[in-house]
Unconditional design. Structure first.
Length: 132
């Protein structure tokens, strides 16, 4: 999408910053403070056109909180932020990359316990953004 020679616009910069912050929190505690997400969501809401995909991921996060847990609600909230910049085709590719890297990481670990998924979503985001 961006390639190596392109400059980074404000939306991309915001999403790279929030990706770093939320990844750090998720690695440490398998969650992140909702206030951080709210700040960045509000910032993106006033600086970037709203897309229908954002609403889709917000609804998915709500359904997850109501008990349909297969992926954490924080992961859906993170995807809602990314949807301000990338389209559903790119989200699909991002999810494939995140799942693949997450599975490989899980299989290489000695302890088979729950792993935070947001770091792998961030890897997928960066891959889609800069490489593909």
């Amino acid at each position: 999408m961006l390639g190596l020679s392109s400059t980074i616009d404000l939306t991309t910069f915001i999403l790279l910053v929030v990706s770093s912050l939320l990844t750090g929190f998720d690695l440490k505690s398998h969650s992140f403070p909702l206030i951080i997400w709210l700040i960045f969501f509000g910032l993106l809401l006033v600086t970037t056109p709203f897309r229908l995909a954002v609403l889709f991921f917000l609804i998915a996060a709500l359904l997850t909180e109501l008990g349909l847990k297969k992926i954490g609600s924080g992961d859906w909230l993170y995807l809602s932020l990314l949807s301000f910049l990338i389209d559903l085709h790119q989200i699909t590719l991002l999810l494939f990359i995140a799942s693949l890297t997450g599975i490989v990481y899980y299989m290489l670990r000695k302890k088979k316990e729950e792993i935070p998924f947001l770091p792998f979503l961030s890897i997928g985001f960066i891959s889609v953004l800069f490489i593909i």
